[in-house]
Each structure stands twice: as structure tokens, then as C-alpha cells.
Ligand binder design. Sequence first.
Ligand code: SF4
Length: 827
Amino acid sequence: MSSSESRLVDETIRRALSTGRAIIPAVSEDMGNPPWRGADGRVLVLRLSSLRDVEGSTSHLVIFSEVRQALPAAYIDFAFFPSSRDRAALSDRGLPFFFGLESGRPPEDFDLILVSNAFALELVNLSYLFELSPIASRASGRASGRASGCASGRASDRAARAPIVILGGSNAAAAGALLLPGDGLEEEGDCLVDGIFFGEGEHAIGELAYILTRQDRPRAERLAEAASVEGFWAARSGKTASRRVARPRPPNLLSYPVLNAEGALTAKLQISSGCQGYCSFCLEGWESRPYREFPAAELLEEARELKAASGASALEVFSFNFNAHSEIFALVFGLSRLFTRVSLMSQRLELLARSPTLLQAELAVGKRSFTLGIEGLSARMRRYYRKGLSEDEIEAAMGALASDSVREIKLFYIISGLEGEQDLAEFSVFAHAAAERRRSRSPGQRILVSAGYLARLPFTPLQYAPLCLDRERLEGIADRTHLACEAAGLEFRLASDFEDYYVDQLLSLGGRTLGPWLEACAREGRAYDSSLSRGAARSLEAFASSSGLLSPEFLGEKKEDWLSPLAFVDRDEKGLRRAYELASAFAPDRDAFRPPTLPDGAWLPKLERLSAAKRGFAELLVQLSLPDSLALARPEYRSSWVMRSLLKARGGPRTDAAASIFEARDAFFSKGGALEGMADSYCGLSYYYILGPDPARLARAAQAAGWEVVDELPRLERIRAELSLERRYADQAEDSFKDWLAESRVETVETRGEAAGGGRARVFRCSRTAAKKRAFFEAELVAPSPGMGDRFHARLELGPKARLESWLGRLSAEARGSAIVRFVGYY
Ligand code: SF4
């Protein structure tokens, strides 16, 4: 067995891990991977955070579909940083933390690893890619075939086989700590990855994947050729790079494999890129320049396609400030005609204040929670942040939101360490006024103040600002803000603790000095999983201090000629400096945002009628059979699959289907359903309500999908189900079955005989008294035999009160992962 085969995370283990079920057979079908051996390149899309934390983000899906388009015959897989429970399970078995979720393959089996990095703290987890792995942790080592943790084998072979590791994502510009002080190549330096991609990757990722997986070219040549792709920088090349801007705009992600995760019913549509704001602290704002608005007509077409491909019933409208889109009114109406729920996320507060119609439109589509970035505790601090928000505008927005229709207001602030008595006093006055307004106009409303510490980030104007690493000072200001909230009666939350902030600040700006610290994280047991492991900040401080990083030049105000860690990426340094000088002089700010074009007077009533019509949509009941490939699907994934099947059957996005079918809801097993809690996952016979404006169209869609429209749900006196498990878990299944009956106090009589389909069976029949409990009537347990597909089978006759989950919950995670529950009849 080769060392890589011994690191294979086999299916049994994968199913027992919390992320293991993200890729069930139905998802695999959509991923469209060829057999591993015959694949034309093998690409691992890797997230540095857990699936739970990044499932609302689409960047791994964007990378997947870009690579799939460029390499139709490649094997493309996903890897996520495991949860702490999964890390323990993997460690116990000596398995790698990162592995292909579908293939179970370790990272060294791939040709190319594309890492998506959303924020600096995640970088702490990168070293787990190399820990206990034959992959060298440095670009120089991978190029020369030097291995980490591997003492034999020919270096040239290893170099040829070592995967190329590329990092991109919204934090790429602040990922300078990936660089290393050098490897005898001082003029070029070294790096933990083989290349970094800067800017918008749409269309470029596929091109890069194509070049970097070409096995007919030596590794160095592939990397050199990749450098011709705009946005790509090859490590150790000594070359510069430029940030890529997608023109005229980045395309939306419209087709992707929906993962079996909680967010399966939510899709995302980007309506603009960039931001007109240019706040002095905001990396996203400066890195995604210039502002580009996507035309509403194109977006509505794309939304149909997205709905057909994703089966989503909820849409998140994605942009830095959705209400800055000049056609937002047309978009809100058009998107509401396609999706049950349209979520409008962050918005500019002054635009909300200036347009009462906008607020009414948001309320009409069901928005009840409003998030506003005020950032500065005072007008002076907002000038420092170049936020462009006046006190009057804030008061006007808060006044407009003081309504019982608004359930919650979340206000975001940043604490820089520069705040003085005057700033805190101003905030206190604001907090009291907000609380007083709420008392008189919207007493049930929640107002939450959330504050985080300011990291001065590279490629923003504040990269030149003095750092504030004074824990006492920052926590003192946070405490005073908290007290002011408490005194007024507002809630307060500190968004990140000092230690996470400290590491974030140093990693973002410290550059190559900190590369060796990052490289050692896995070895020294440091990880980021919602927060950093304890002691990480202290360790980084000691390392930075002993490396001489914490000098007055680094901690104090930087001079005009100061170069950020990744200064080889061309940037508008003069523009950044000018903006910094204005910020540090607290100079008056400009008003950067134009309000969207207002619709005519008939528009709002039309939107309100649409929302009311959606609440009264027809529900059509259909009977269908869910295939075995959905046996381990979550409820959200099953509904998304039902929606996709209906939309596909009706001809996909280019028909009226997208506006005819809004939702699919499990009639028995969803929340409030008669069988809620009986089984978390199942396949086989099922009943779904499908919702839409016109029952006749819903019926046509159901018929086209081959499903039966039924008038009413069957009675639930008796439910027939089949449960099967891998044969090695047969004893466990029987023992836990008996325990389950005992716990439910169901008396049974056991007999033995011939099973209906062949093989030996044990039959359990409940007593007359136990039958009254309407939970369990009869079970036939059939031991594995060749005729039965080599699995343990249980044929069950249950009542509506049965909780199969309390049987399955007694199984080991591995056995539970192999269980298939299939419903075959309801009587
Ligand atoms: S308005 Fe928001 S997104 Fe735009 S630059 Fe400012 S903070 Fe960033």
C-alpha cells in the first residue's frame, strides 16, 4: 500500500464526520466527476474554514464551476477545515485534516490545490495542508522535491508529483504573511504557496487550472505560463503582478453542485461589484474597485437560470450596499416574482433615510431586521473612517426605523484606540436618544450595538496609520461603549476579542517576517475555528518581537515610501496616501452615494399586492418517490431537489416555470408535519406540497416530472418502512433495535423463520397493549445474505408516533452513516 493510499479517508469514516454528508450520491451526480484514474487532471478546491462557517459563501462553488468549464474531464473535489469533533476523529486515525470530501483522497494525490482565503485569521489553518504530509510546506521544497515528513523516494519524482498550491480570495491582498524570508534565494524569497491570485477570478480561474494541470509540461514551465494570466503572481519568480478586474463585470454564478448543507435552499445573486464608498479602513471597498452596477434586465434573466439550477426558494441579494443600485426598485419587484424570500443584506444608511419608499419596499418583502454600518462612535471618528455619514443622516435613518414593523436594528461600530472622552460622550448621547425613541415609538424593538477593533489593513489608506496594540486601551474603550449601551438600555456585543484582533492585525501587515510562525501553526497545535486557539496571540507576539518586527517603524505612522508586504502588486499608492492624509486630519467627507431612481406611485402597492399574493399561494399535493441517492439528504436538500426536478421537467429557466413554482415542502416530515422527528433523512415514497400562483401550472409541472397529484394525504395508521445497513453493523443494529423497543416500553413476541425475499428472519410483533401506543407494530430483521444485497435489512411496520431516530441515534457514527431508511407505504 502506498503512503498516499494509507492516508485515504474511506467512505465509512467520511460518513461519520460532520462534513462527510455534504456530498451524498445525489451531489456526486451533479459534480460530474469521471473515475479517479482516468481523470484529466485532479483539482482540490480548499476552504480554510469549516463548512459550517463558509456554507453561506459561494467562492468554493465559483472555483468549482470555473474549473469544470475549463476541464470537463477533470476530477474536482472540495475540502474544508474540519470541526473540532472531526479533527479529533481524524487525528485518532492518523488521517489528514484536509482531504477530498468526495474522493477521500489526501492533498498529495491532486495536481492542483486552489485555496480560497476570505480573511487573515484563516491562514493559521493553511499549515495543516502540509502537516504529516509528503507535500513540502514551501514553494522551493515542492519545486525541488524536498518533502516534509517523507524521508525516502527520488526528489525529482516528488517534485513532478507535488501538487501546485495557489491561493486567492478576498483576503489575498492581506496574505503577505504567506511569504517567507528566503531559502538561499534571498532575492526572490520563498512562500508557503506557489502562487497568489489577486482580484476577480471569474474566467481567469479556469484558464489557470487548465495551464497548471497540464501534465505534459514541467511544473516550472506551467507556473511561468500561468504568470501571463492577469491577476496571477508566481512565487519566487521575482516578478510583479496586477490585480484583475473583470470587465464589464464579474459574471454571476448560475450553475453549481448544490451541497447537502443547511443553506441548500438559498441562492446568491450579485447585483454590483465594488463600492463607491472608499472608506479608509475597508479592504473590500479598495480591492474591488471600480464600482460596477449590473443591469436589472440581465440580472432578472440570470435569476431565472439560478433558480432552475439551484432549486432555491430564498435569494440573497449580494452587494456591498444593495440600496445604491440605481435600479433597485425594479430588481426588488422582479426578484420577488421569482423567489419566496428575497433577502436584502447591507445597505447605506443615508440612502435609507432619504427614501421612505425604499424602507416601505423592504418591509413589503418581509425584511424585519436592519443592519447599518455607522462605524465611528462620533462624527470625528466617522471622518477618520471617511464614512461620509452625518449625524443628521443617522438620526433620520434611526427615526425612519423606529417602527413596530422593524423587529431589530443592528448597528456596527469600529473601535480604533483613538477615541477620546468627547467621542464617547457623543456616542452616549446617541445611545440614549435611540433608546428614548424606541421607548416612545417601537417598544418591542431590539437595538444591538456590535463593535470590533480596527485592523489597519494593507492596500487601504489606513495602512499608513500607527497601530494600536494596547489591549488595555482598546478594551477600556469597548467597556465604556458597553456601559453607555447598558445605561441607555441597548444591547452590546464585542464582535471579536483582543487576541483574535491582535493576530489579524499582525498577519495582515507583518508580511514575510511572520511566514515561519504561520508555517509552524499545525505543528504547534494552533488552529482557527470560529476563534483562535488559546495562546496563539501570545505566541505570535513573542515570535514577532524576537524577529524584530515590533519596531517603531512598524508600530508607528508609516512614511509615504513605506511598502506593504505584497507591494509587488501594482497599486495606486498615491491615492491611498492622499486618502490617509485626509483621514488622519479628520477632514470633512464627501457624499459619495446617489439615491436610486424612484419608481412611480403605483409601484409600491403593486409590490405589496405581490407579497400578499405570495402568502396566499396555492398548495398542490404531489406523491413521488425519492431516489436512494437522496437517502442521506437533509430536508433542505430534498426540497431543493424537488424544486430542481420540477423546473427541469418544465423546460428550465427559459420557460415561465421559474415564476410558477416557488417552494416545495415535505408534507409529513417538515417542521409541524405529522411525522416530524420520525427520521432525519429518508428516501422512497413521499408527499410534497408545491406552492405557486397557479394550481394548473403546478399540476402540469408535477405531471411533467412524472409525479402524481393527489387530493389528500394518506391516513397514517400504519407506515411501512425498510431500513438497511452495511452487514458489518448487523449486530449493532439488532442490539440497538432491542434497546429502542425496551426504552419505548414496547412489549414484543419474537419468532424466527424464512424471510419473504429469502434468508433467515427474526420477526418481532408487538402486544395488543403496545399497539395502542401507535409507535411500533412489527419488524422483520433479515440477516445479510447474498440474495439481499449483502446488507442487514429490517422491514418495519410503524405507527405515526415511532421515532426511528432514537433507534438510529444509538448506532455508532459509522453505522449511522451507512443506514438507509426507505418509506414504502402509508395506510
Ligand atoms: S461603504 Fe461599506 S463596503 Fe463601501 S467602502 Fe465603506 S465600508 Fe466598504
